[in-house]
Design a protein around this ligand. Structure first.
Ligand code: ZN
Ligand code: ZN
Ligand code: ZN
Length: 257
């Protein structure tokens, strides 16, 4: 068992197991400049190819939302909600391109790179003056954009995430979707979990009050949170099944090497 692929990328928050720590953990983590209590520093193990369960869930959610989100961005023609430092025009261009279109291009570039890696034989960028590997053409219709995205998603879904590079590109793709979603929100809901109780044997309250947060809104570990105000526990949803002792020994050995 290896750590999740996010540990091979330069990421502010690579995936960790909520509530589980490395032997070297001193209970403190840095949030920017601020010291905060460490909520978990043991890397999430890769259990879906080179992806961990959290990445796999975010990747699936990104695939699900991509068509709606990208066509939404192509149709709104406006600046993003929290206005970034980014220039709203392309350098050297006479045409003012809306920020939403540039963000759509960023997500397309990430998706295109992933799909191309999965199947280089599929021609995804077509029409001179239209869609390229890096962006949609200014004249491309919503229907054309949707068709390209659907085709690329189909190819990406056939990809094998045991391939390190594909797994890395899958993470880059869901990160691009996360950033786009933050700038141009579509609703993503928290869901109450109707089938499991807050685990009493591990110190929870035993009520049916667990909630699953929308996977793309956070980069923190995906946890089930108890909404019972008297309890407020959080649980790692996946790790209970995994033999952490053996995995921890392996991580320790690699750190020592
Ligand atoms: Zn820790
Ligand atoms: Zn991960
Ligand atoms: Zn509870």
């Amino acid at each position: 068992m290896f750590p999740c692929v996010t540990h091979t990328l330069r990421m502010a928050k690579p995936c960790t197991v909520y509530g589980e720590h490395l032997p070297t953990c001193r209970g403190v983590a840095l949030d920017g400049e601020r010291a905060v209590a460490c909520e978990g520093c043991l890397p999430q193990p890769a259990t879906r190819g080179m992806l961990c369960e959290s990445c796999n869930e975010r990747y699936a959610a990104a695939i699900d939302i991509a068509v709606d989100l990208i066509t939404h961005m192509r149709s709104v023609e406006r600046g993003s909600v929290p206005d970034g430092p980014r220039s709203p025009t392309r350098p050297g261009s006479q045409v003012i391109v809306p920020t939403s279109w540039l963000t759509a291009d960023d997500t397309w570039a990430a998706l295109h790179e992933l799909a191309f890696r999965c199947d280089p034989s599929e021609p995804l960028a077509v029409r001179p003056g239209g869609t390229t590997a890096y962006g949609f053409g200014a004249q491309d219709t919503i229907e054309h954009v949707r068709d390209r995205v659907e085709l690329a998603l189909g190819i990406a879904q056939s990809g094998d995430t045991t391939d390190l590079h594909i797994a890395q590109l899958a993470v880059r793709f869901y990160r691009a979707i996360q950033r786009a979603l933050a700038a141009f929100p579509l609703e993503e809901y928290s869901r109450p979990l109707g089938y499991i109780a807050c685990p009493e044997h591990r110190g929870g309250c035993g009520h049916m009050t667990l909630e699953r947060r929308p996977p793309l809104q956070y980069l923190d570990p995906l946890v089930y949170r108890c909404v019972n105000p008297a309890c407020g526990s959080a649980w790692d949803p996946y790790i209970v099944e995994v033999d952490l002792a053996e995995y921890r020994r392996q991580i320790q050995a690699e750190q020592a090497a």
